[in-house]
Structures are given as structure tokens and as C-alpha cells.
Ligand binder design. Structure first.
Ligand code: SAH
Ligand code: SF4
Length: 352
């Protein structure tokens, strides 16, 4: 697909259903009517960075910082395992020190052992050096999520402080390390950001395709209180426009990359009561139910109006089962639901 075609399809006000049908058709053919769960553990909101859009950025003094203890993390993982989720995602604000690296390695090994090596582990722990990524891979993590946020370097600079800790080239290099080490690698972007237009979004889709990633998680930008980006005085897409653009981006990406995993994000659910189902109907095949202990969820507020903040994990499981049933999809209980694209990519990587 060419950039101009993508822009045209993103801007057409009447083609949402048509795009969803196309995306769904490709997905049903390549991945079937199956959805995989990743139990999301938001293990800490302590972060060394200051991304201008994020509610848990370092300089936000208005939130209570927390760090789950080992027992709480292991119990959350165990809940996911016992409920047939197949795999978990451990996500945190970014921290880089040897204590953090070793603690994560220890936790990964413990979770693997306790779950008889049956629970898959995805990490989303930000930018680290290649050695750290390797250590966690050896400990047993096999997938990693690191969004590029936007593929346009100029826009990236408008969304981040202009310093060495927030550097587009460095973030990109992290993705290259992850892919080379052997992780199933996921990235993604935010949709409907201030300063962003459909040309940027079209470039994002082409970037994801060229980067040849295995998984994508992309969702709407949601303003967060007490963040610099919330205060900028530029026109913003309406919530409904951001919702529609996000669904269209998923459908188009599915057409461009039939065998990857695409997440239906919770941010979408925050914009529309059936946001997650719609994303699945447009081509997504992964959902990340929150398994963080309820008491902490309100403090992991990347953005306002976070969905499912008070649902106990058991309620969430039941609710999602019904929601998937309503769109004739099955849940791949007890399956890792790996990206098929990854195996293709690795076989080519080994030949060359
Ligand atoms: N610290 C890690 C992981 C946690 S943040 C990292 O940055 O990679 C996970 C994702 O939340 C980010 O990649 C970003 O895309 C998303 N996010 C942060 N603030 C957001 C906002 N205001 N609206 C929508 N998504 C947001
Ligand atoms: Fe920290 Fe991630 Fe938020 Fe940036 S997006 S401030 S790295 S938690």
C-alpha cells in the first residue's frame, strides 16, 4: 500500500465498516477467529523518564508511586496461569540499574519455575542495554514490547524532552537489539497526538511494515492530567475521531501484515464501550486483561479515564469471555499465541 492510499483511507469518513470487514477477513484467513490473552501486571509506576504525554512521568508530583513486591508479582502471574491466560506481560515505568535487572531476572526465573515453564512472559520495561535484554531473555522472557511512539523523528522531539534520555535513534536501536537477540518483538505508536496528522500515521504503518516487527500494540492518545502535552494549545482530534482512526489503523495494518500479532488496547476501551471488540473485529488478535492487584491500578495512570480500573481479575475474565462470544471469537486459553510472523522472520534470519 502506498502512503497516499493509506492517507486517503484514513481520511475517508464513510469507509470504517468496509475497512473493518477487510481487516477481519485477512485476520480470519491468516490467524483464525481466535484471541489470545496476556495478563498485564503493572509492576511499578516509578519511572526515570519524562515523556511529555505520560501520567506517570518522573516529574509528576501528583501521583503516589508504588513498586509491587515479589510476592504480589508472583501471585498476579499465578492468577493468570490458573485462569488459563497462557502468558503475562510485565510492564513498568523505566528503570535502569543492576538491582532492577537482577530482580527482574530472578522474578522471571521464579515465575517460569512455578508455572512449570508453561506461562509465556512478555516484558515491557523500556529502554535497556543489549546485555540486560540478553540476560532477561536467558532467564526465560521471550517477547518484548517497546513502542516507538511515532516513527517521525521531528514529532518524536515534540513529544519528549530534548535530551539524551529521550532519543529517537536510541529507542530505535533498542528495537534492533531485541530483534537480533531473538525476542518476539513488538512496537507501536500512539494515534491522534497533538501535532500529528494522517501523513504521520501513514508513515507509521509503513515503518512497522519495513521494520518487519512481530507484534504491534497501538492505540489512541489519551490526555493525562498534570502533563505538559495536556496543556499545549493546539487542536486535538475529538475522542470519536481518535477512536475511528485507531480502528482504521488496526484494519490497515492487518492487511499489510497478515501474520503478526496485533493488540486490542485498553486505551481503546477507554474511548468506546465496545472499543476492544471493534478492534478484534477489525483485525486485532490479542487482549491484555489487567491482573494487577486492584489497589494499585489507579496509580498506574498513563492517561485519564483508564478503563476496567476497579474490575477484579475474575470479573474481567468473565466479561471478556462474553465480549468475545458476542463477536463469535474464541479465546485461546492456555496457549502462548505466538506471532506466526516471528517464526518466518527467524528462519530467514538464520539462513542469511
Ligand atoms: N515505560 C515503558 C512501558 C510503560 S509505558 C515504555 O515507555 O516503554 C507504555 C506505553 O503507554 C507507552 O509506550 C505509551 O505508548 C503509552 N502511553 C503513555 N502515555 C499515554 C497517553 N497519555 N495516552 C496513550 N498512551 C500512552
Ligand atoms: Fe516512563 Fe514509559 Fe511513561 Fe515514558 S511512557 S514516562 S518511559 S512510563
Amino acid at each position: 500500500m502506498r502512503k497516499t492510499d493509506i492517507i486517503h483511507r484514513l481520511e475517508d469518513p464513510y469507509n470504517l465498516d468496509h475497512l473493518c470487514n477487510e481487516g477481519r477477513h485477512v485476520k480470519n484467513h491468516s490467524r483464525g477467529r481466535k484471541v489470545y490473552f496476556r495478563g498485564l501486571i503493572e509492576s511499578s509506576n516509578i519511572c526515570r523518564k519524562n515523556c511529555l504525554y505520560c501520567g506517570i512521568r518522573k516529574d509528576n508530583q501528583h501521583i503516589n508511586r508504588y513498586d509491587l513486591d515479589d510476592e504480589e508479582i508472583i501471585q498476579s502471574a499465578q492468577f493468570a496461569y490458573e485462569n488459563g491466560y497462557g502468558s503475562i506481560v510485565i510492564q513498568t515505568g523505566e528503570r535502569r540499574n543492576s538491582y532492577f535487572t537482577e530482580r527482574m531476572s530472578r522474578l522471571i526465573r521464579s515465575i517460569k519455575q512455578i508455572t512449570h515453564h508453561e506461562l509465556g512472559i512478555t516484558l515491557s520495561l523500556g529502554e535497556q542495554d543489549a546485555e540486560t535484554y540478553k540476560e532477561w531473555y536467558k532467564a526465560g522472557a521471550h517477547r518484548y514490547l517497546l513502542r516507538i511512539e511515532t516513527s517521525n523523528e521531528t514529532l518524536y522531539k515534540q513529544l519528549h524532552p530534548n535530551d539524551d534520555t529521550h532519543n529517537f535513534a536510541k529507542r530505535y536501536a533498542c528495537l534492533e537489539h531485541l530483534m537480533r537477540i531473538g525476542y518476539q518483538t513488538g512496537t507501536g505508536v500512539m494515534i491522534g497526538l497533538p501535532f500529528q496528522h494522517t501523513g504521520h500515521l501513514a508513515e507509521d504503518l509503513l515503518f512497522l511494515k519495513n521494520m518487519n516487527v512481530d507484534m504491534v500494540g497501538m492505540g489512541p492518545y489519551l490526555p493525562a492530567e498534570n502533563t505538559p502535552l495536556n496543556d499545549v494549545d493546539v487542536p486535538l482530534y475529538t475522542p470519536h475521531q481518535r477512536y475511528e482512526l485507531s480502528i482504521k489503523m488496526i484494519a490497515l495494518l492487518r492487511m499489510m501484515m497478515p501474520d503478526i500479532n496485533i493488540a486490542s488496547t485498553t486505551a481503546l476501551q477507554s474511548l468506546h464501550p465496545h472499543g476492544r471488540e471493534k478492534a478484534i473485529s477489525a483485525g486485532a488478535n490479542v487482549i491484555m486483561p489487567n491482573v494487577t492487584p486492584v489497589a494499585y491500578r489507579n496509580h498506574y495512570k498513563l492517561y485519564q479515564d483508564k478503563a476496567c480500573i476497579n474490575d477484579r481479575p475474575e470479573q474481567c475474565n468473565h466479561c471478556l469471555h462474553n465480549r468475545m462470544d458476542s463477536i463469535a471469537h474464541q479465546i485461546g486459553y492456555n496457549e502462548w499465541g505466538d506471532s506466526l510472523h516471528y517464526f518466518q522472520r527467524m528462519s530467514k534470519q538464520q539462513i542469511h
